[in-house]
Design a protein around this ligand. Structure first.
Ligand code: A3P
Length: 302
């Protein structure tokens, strides 16, 4: 596809207003392709990585790929993240290819990515009992990261200022819906399905421990030198400088990394620079109410 038409497609998607599918806001092109997404044919040996946007998706993707590639960074450099692990709910208008096209063209075993809330996952994943890794991040850091992502990702809706964005986020009026419902829905699903539920804060605290959990879930034997290589290759600093993991291969007409880099801070607690005391208390109160009785809790600092 020539560059001009790609540019035209991106500009047609710019700062669009979200539309709802079953009460959840999405890009209109996702709604247009909803039938295709529902009918997506998962395969029994697919591994699915599921997250609410900005929870550390790219991080766990790199960890999983390193595990699958025996800890060889050169093999992980074969393609950018989104080509190694297709994002099934990301659509572009034709003739551009979408995540589903990439997934269908990929030989098994595949590792796929989704941001869908649990109730909207294509049923074939449940039918085949596919393994799923879910990563959750505390709502406050997740909100700040999502705010900056809206600023730099020109196909996302206009975020407004921080106060305005936080209102939309708390109300679930952002792409992929409510953070609270997302993290709770997937948490409860792990009782019935093969889901490894991880926390961003735990990976940050002790990456080797969490990488070992992933290896065990995937049935991969890990030696100490390989584990060390994976820890090193997936630090924030290494990934920030890795063009195959930092989204720098995407054009600036989609991701404008001069506004805010994709690998922005990579920390726990950055929310303190954004939330007022009143905003923080309000989020705590909503969180307590929405997660009540679930047994799910989050750390907002280490
Ligand atoms: P910040 O914006 O807080 O820096 P996703 O991949 O789901 O879009 O999430 C992106 C967030 O994960 C960004 O958060 C990014 O910096 C952070 N991240 C990516 N790789 C990381 C790593 N290796 N270590 C810590 N955080 C990482």
């Amino acid at each position: 596809m020539d560059l001009k038409s790609e540019e035209e497609i991106f500009s047609s998607m710019k700062r669009s207003v979200p539309v709802e599918v079953e009460g959840i806001p999405f890009h209109s092109v996702t709604k247009d392709n909803w039938g295709l997404l529902r009918a997506f044919a998962a395969r029994p040996d697919d591994l699915l990585i599921s997250t609410y946007p900005k929870a550390g998706t790219t991080w766990i993707q790199e960890i999983v790929d390193m595990l699958q590639q025996g800890g060889d960074p050169q093999k992980c450099a074969r393609a950018p993240t989104h080509k190694r692990m297709p994002f099934i709910d990301l659509f572009f208008p034709k003739p551009m290819t979408s995540g589903i096209d990439d997934a269908e063209a990929m030989p098994s075993p595949r590792t796929l990515k989704t941001h869908l809330p649990i109730q909207l996952l294509p049923p074939s994943f449940w039918e085949h009992n596919c393994k799923i890794i879910y990563v959750a991040r505390n709502a406050k850091d997740n909100a700040v990261s999502y705010f900056h992502f809206h600023r730099m990702n020109l196909v996302m809706p206009e975020p407004g200022n921080w106060d305005q964005f936080l209102e939309d986020y708390l109300a679930g009026k952002v792409m992929c819906g409510s953070w609270f419902d997302h993290v709770r829905g997937w948490w409860e699903a792990k009782e019935k399905h093969p889901i490894l539920y991880l926390f961003y804060e735990d990976i940050k605290e002790d990456p080797a421990r969490e990488i070992q959990k992933v290896a065990q879930f995937l049935g991969i034997e890990l030696t100490e030198p390989v584990l060390k290589r994976i820890v090193h290759h997936t630090t924030f600093e290494t990934m920030k400088n890795n063009p195959m993991a930092n989204y720098s291969t995407l054009p600036s007409s989609i991701l404008d990394q001069t506004v805010s880099p994709f690998m922005r801070k990579g920390t726990v607690g950055n929310w303190k620079e954004y939330f007022t005391v009143a905003q923080s208390e309000r989020l705590d109160e909503i969180c307590a109410r929405k997660l009540e009785g679930s047994g799910l809790s989050f750390r907002t600092q280490l």
